[in-house]
Design a protein around this ligand. Structure first.
Ligand code: SF4
Length: 391
């Protein structure tokens, strides 16, 4: 290892100890707390995660508390974060660990549902102080810039797809082996893996940002090849774009009014909700009935109601256009009303009328995905057309 690298690693340690942001999961970084925070932080911004993490730890402070919780309660604590398989995997993982013991190595953590190489490396280095590598988007940016790592491919030539895949995996392998050699070298210099890995992530998140990195403040500036060549923004090279898949979702917001109090003449408003089955997107969460489930086609005349809302959102590489029409239950064709009655009797745990509470959208025990929340918010606010993305 060159002397300049040793100095840079020590400088990185001092910089982190001076400038690290205070984040709830950095206090008392037990394996459980690091595990939960890292899973929440996948695809989600730090500022969004903080309140979710705090609430989660109040309700499920230990692996055992999480293992003992009902899935509906777990999903309700996740509602709004998106990618709900993460919550289900955490729950499954907690059940497994509560029945045995906490993993103590990267290999053991990799056997826990939903834990991949990044999360295993983060838990082992941050909570267990082992010199294990991590590579996320922030670390990739720092490594790719310091070493001017290239993906080495022409992304425009479609005939190169097999070669592209091979080169993509060799680029990823290079990043991981570089991260591993760095954390091990830092460990020999007595820089703790917890500090070193978090410092790399912090550097990528704050100074080594995608545009206009703040190189003048950077502790790795002396060894950074991209800075030397003034090519910071050329690295990391962009990923080949995945093919996008268009999906159309047609749903109905079926409402029913009912007088439920003898004291007041006001009527309560109820919404029909269905629970997404196993294997579907957002499995276990509550959704508005899809038209295919109701047994209607896209024509408003077939189901009554014509107020229509369109929202657009994304799940991985799917681009989804969701159309929702609002319709009173009594306006539905009799065959559909009968179908709803039958489903309510047949599957009471999966089909429900839920009382509408406009202030917090719905009662707390109903876990809703982001698209439904967006639709209900629009309904409450007067039903305007808009577009948006699920994070
Ligand atoms: S010198 Fe600049 S480009 Fe290089 S690692 Fe530091 S912030 Fe990133």
């Amino acid at each position: 290892m060159r002397n300049s690298e040793k100095l840079a690693f020590k400088a990185l340690q001092s910089w982190f100890e001076r400038s690290a942001r205070t984040l709830p999961w950095r206090e008392n970084p037990t394996p459980y707390r690091v595990w939960v925070s890292e899973i929440m932080l996948q695809q989600t911004q730090v500022s969004t995660v903080i309140p979710y993490f705090d609430r989660w730890m109040r309700s499920f402070p230990t692996v055992k508390a999480l293992a003992d919780a009902e899935e509906a309660q777990v999903l309700e604590h996740w509602a709004g974060l998106g990618y709900y398989s993460r919550a289900r995997n955490l729950h499954q993982g907690a059940k497994r660990l509560a029945a045995g013991r906490m993993p103590e190595s990267r290999e053991e953590w990799l056997e826990v549902p939903g834990v991949g190489p990044y999360t295993a490396g983060a838990i082992c280095s941050i909570a267990l102080q082992k010199p294990e590598a991590i590579v996320d988007g922030n670390v990739e940016r720092v490594l790719a810039r310091v070493c001017c790592l290239s993906r080495l491919i022409s992304q425009r030539n479609p005939s190169l797809s097999r070669q592209k895949k091979a080169q993509e995996s060799s680029y990823s392998a290079t990043l991981w082996s570089l991260a591993e050699s760095w954390v091990k070298a830092a460990f020999e210099l007595k820089v703790k893996p917890r500090v070193f890995n978090q410092a790399l992530m912090e550097l990528g998140a704050t100074l080594c940002r995608p545009r206009e990195p703040l190189c003048a403040l950077c502790p790795l500036a002396e060894i950074c090849q991209a800075k030397k060549r003034t090519q910071q923004e050329l690295f990391p090279e962009p990923k080949p774009k995945p093919e996008l898949i268009k999906v159309q979702e047609d749903c109905s917001l079926v409402i029913r009014r009912e007088k439920t109090s003898k004291k007041s003449s006001d009527e309560d408003l109820f919404l029909l909700l269905t629970q997404a089955p196993e294997g579907a997107w957002r499995a276990g969460l509550w959704d508005l009935p899809h038209d295919a489930w109701l047994g209607v086609n896209g024509e408003p005349s077939e189901r009554g109601g014509d107020a229509r809302l369109v929202i657009n959102y994304a799940v991985t590489r799917h681009r989804i256009r969701r159309t929702t029409r609002v319709v009173h239950n009594s306006e539905l064709p009799p065959s559909i009303q009968r179908k709803i009655e039958q489903e309510l009797k047949k599957n009471p745990s999966r089909v429900r009328w839920v009382r509408w509470r406009a202030s917090d959208l719905l009662p707390e025990d109903v876990a809703l995905g982001a698209p439904v929340r967006k639709v209900l918010k629009n309904f409450r606010d007067g039903w305007t057309i808009e577009s948006g993305h699920e994070n």
